[in-house]
Design a protein around this ligand. Structure first.
Ligand code: PEP
Ligand code: MN
Length: 351
């Protein structure tokens, strides 16, 4: 439910509404629109109609949100969300197209810094790399853990790119909060509800990847778990789903991008690396993602993919990535998005 305030409502009136909602045992979330202020109410809303909210000073109207996801829906917030980061001008969801690149896994300091230097030079503003890896086999490389996070922090210091890395569980998430700028929740954990709730209490933005066989509604409900705990900074990610197709690792579902943008104000980016599984397919699907209106890309790059410890077959060579970025610029012009040529700032100081 959304309590829409009159445009002249005072801060005291808004505070009184929030206090009333909380005193009734519901949760109040402020929603700042361009013109008006609103308060979204979540919880089990049975009986709320008779609580007199509509009659309180400053209230314009009460709107019932018809979708099962509330805070995520466009009904609660018509304007696009632009995710921002502390002490940085990097955004996801605004006019600037978000370009995230890096290896699947942090394998060593040398490997990570080598890839970081290349992708930063090609225009990536954010760096990806898993320090905790969710692998199909328990015998496969599981990631470097905290040592990997320290290497990622060095990448930020040296190249100015912000860091996004996957939390496979709450312990990893807590370590990531000390070193990175954005928490990735992987496809396999999209419905790990306790992990989603913990991410919802984090000060860091969250990159939420679509589950291997999740519907759009299930993806949005998972985003709702994060938002319902107070974290507004959620970015959705299409990374391909399981289908009968056997020419690619997954089927990158590009139609979900405009569909998600219609139902939700949250940004959505595309991962053509996991979406295809093969490096020669990544650039075409990356360009197509930009053309259908994705807010950004997350792409795997490795300087020696034949020896990568994970996902080598889908990792682009750095020069392939550079070539893709120049083609991307042409597409982005057509869809009125920018991709700044400025290299990332040399140093980003975190609060
Ligand atoms: C990854 O980003 O390396 C990864 C494991 O992604 P996903 O969760 O989409 O499989
Ligand atoms: Mn990977």
């Amino acid at each position: 439910m959304l309590v829409v305030m009159q445009s002249r409502a005072t801060p005291d009136e808004i505070r009184a509404i929030c206090e009333k909602i909380e005193s009734l045992g519901f949760r109040a979330h402020s929603v700042e629109g361009a013109q008006q202020y609103a308060v979204a109410v979540t919880g089990d809303l049975h009986g709320i109609e008779s609580c007199g909210l509509e009659e309180m000073p400053g209230v314009q109207e009460i709107i019932r949100i018809s979708k099962p996801y509330k805070l995520v829906s466009r009904e609660s917030k018509p304007e696009d969300t632009v995710v921002r980061f502390a002490n940085s001008d990097v955004t996801i969801g605004g006019e600037e197209f978000a370009l995230i690149a890096g290896p699947c896994s942090v394998e060593s300091r040398e490997q990570t810094l080598t890839v970081a230097e290349k992708v930063a030079a090609s225009g990536a503003k954010m760096f990806r790399g898993g320090a905790y890896k969710p692998r199909t086999s328990p015998y496969a490389f599981q990631g470097m853990g905290v040592e990997g996070l320290k290497i990622l922090a060095e990448v930020r210091e040296r190249f100015g790119m912000l860091i996004v890395t996957e939390a496979v569980d709450t312990e990893a998430l807590e370590a990531i909060e000390d070193y990175a700028d954005m928490i990735q929740i992987g496809a396999r954990n999209m419905q790990n509800f306790s992990l989603l709730k913990r991410a919802g209490r984090s000060p860091l933005p969250v990159l939420l990847k679509r589950g291997l066989s999740a519907t759009l509604e299930e993806l949005l409900m998972s985003a709702e778990y994060i938002m319902s705990e107070g974290n507004r900074n959620v970015v959705l990610c299409e990374r391909g789903v399981r289908t009968f197709a056997d020419h690619s690792r997954n089927t990158l579902d590009l139609s979900v991008i405009p569909a998600a943008q219609k139902l939700s104000h949250l940004p959505i980016i595309s991962d053509p690396s996991h979406g295809t599984g093969k490096r020669d397919r990544v650039a075409p699907l990356a360009l197509a993602s930009a053309a259908v209106g994705a807010d950004g890309l997350i792409v795997e790059v490795h300087h020696d993919p034949d020896h990568a410890l994970s996902d080598g077959a889908q990792s682009m060579f750095p020069d392939q990535f550079a070539a893709m970025v120049s083609q991307l610029r042409a597409i982005l012009q057509l869809v009125h998005r920018t991709l700044s040529v400025e290299p990332p700032k040399a140093k980003v100081v975190r609060s």
